[in-house]
Design a protein around this ligand. Structure first.
Ligand SMILES: C[S@@+](CC[C@H](N)C(=O)[O-])C[C@H]1O[C@@H](n2cnc3c(N)ncnc32)[C@H](O)[C@@H]1O
Length: 307
């Protein structure tokens, strides 16, 4: 069973995108509770194999239970998906049939107060997905300059009150807990009638920085495409516009044939298109899914197929 009360986000759409087949090889780079992985293993029975990665040991323990019925067909590792190429090499898998990346934090991580992801619960300011993260949210909040904090909150949180919030943090630090941080934000950035809590964007920004999320996404995409067999598919679910933009731009750039670039692109590297986008527009969750699982609201799925 999945640890969350919900099915994984865009579950049916992921299975449909990857079209798992008997004997196929698949990668779930963000294993979480193993919900998508279980679907892939079921659909590729009796002998499809799956490599599952997660940086979070707790997630791997849950996934191992979810995937117990398939234990002879799985290879799990506590590592970042940015090591994908090395993991495939270790398994001596030259190419795989499908790869899924369901980016960001899991329900389990949000719902475990002591991990510090939620501004609704009091906990130490941690926010690390796993031991690969070199600093906690507290380290950032208490050591960055006011300018660095403002830039981070603006860039990764798209927060228009970033300067006010950064100044308030610097005036009140050291801050150790989520509640202390929320109080500082609420004092300078009150609710504006929109439904979003004023701490949402600052918490998102800190989480992205702590886990170096955008650089990780940038690093994994070329490895994923390189690891696919011809006709194999990469499916990526993102949850905010910064991530989605990286995926979209990468897919566009790799699906353009630059062997005969237009004149103004003459200095771009010449190469053949290596993927095609399966859907021009991202796939969004159904109304039914977002009603049952509000966290699915901002999800966007993009799918590419290796040429
Ligand atoms: C949204 S959840 C995935 C849920 C999963 N699809 C399921 O069906 O339960 C994202 C997971 O990715 C993991 N994660 C985040 N960054 C990672 C990275 N760089 N490498 C590997 N896993 C990562 C998180 O720890 C989290 O467990």
């Amino acid at each position: 069973m999945n640890d969350s009360p919900h099915q994984p986000v865009l579950y049916k759409e992921i299975i449909h995108a990857l079209q798992p087949r008997t004997g196929g090889r698949y990668v779930d780079g963000t294993l979480g509770a193993g919900g998508h992985a279980r679907g892939i293993l079921e659909a590729s029975a009796p002998d499809g194999q799956l490599l599952g990665l997660d940086v979070d040991l707790q997630a791997l323990e849950i996934a191992r239970k979810t995937l117990a019925p398939y234990e002879h067909r799985i290879h799990l590792a506590q590592t970042s998906y940015t090591t994908l190429a090395a993991q495939l090499k270790d398994l001596e898998w030259d190419s795989v049939d499908g790869i899924v990346l369901d980016l960001g934090a899991s329900s389990m991580q949000f719902d475990t107060p002591e991990r510090g992801f939620s501004f609704m619960q009091d906990a130490p300011l941690d926010m690390r997905f796993g031991p690969h993260a070199l600093q906690t949210a507290a380290d950032i909040v208490n050591s960055y300059s006011e300018r660095e904090l403002a830039d981070l909150i603006y860039e990764y949180g798209e927060e228009r009150d970033s300067r006010k919030i950064a100044r308030a943090i610097v005036n009140k630090r050291p801050l150790h807990t989520t509640r202390e941080l929320v109080a500082v934000i609420e004092a300078v950035s009150p609710r504006r009638g929109d439904r979003v809590h004023p701490a949402t964007r600052t918490f998102q920004a800190l989480r992205i920085a702590v886990n170096d999320e955008l650089a990780s996404v940038k690093a994994v995409l070329p490895q994923a495409v390189a690891g696919l067999r011809s006709g194999g598919r990469l499916a990526v679910i993102s949850f905010h516009s910064l991530e989605d933009r990286i995926v979209k731009e990468f897919f566009r750039s790799q699906s353009k044939d630059l062997v005969n670039p237009p004149y103004e692109r003459i200095y771009e590297e010449e190469r053949n298109a290596i993927i095609k986008e399966v859907n021009r527009k991202p796939i969004l969750p159904s109304e039914e899914e977002t009603e049952n699982n509000p966290r699915a609201r901002s999800a966007k799925l993009r799918i590419a197929e290796k040429i």
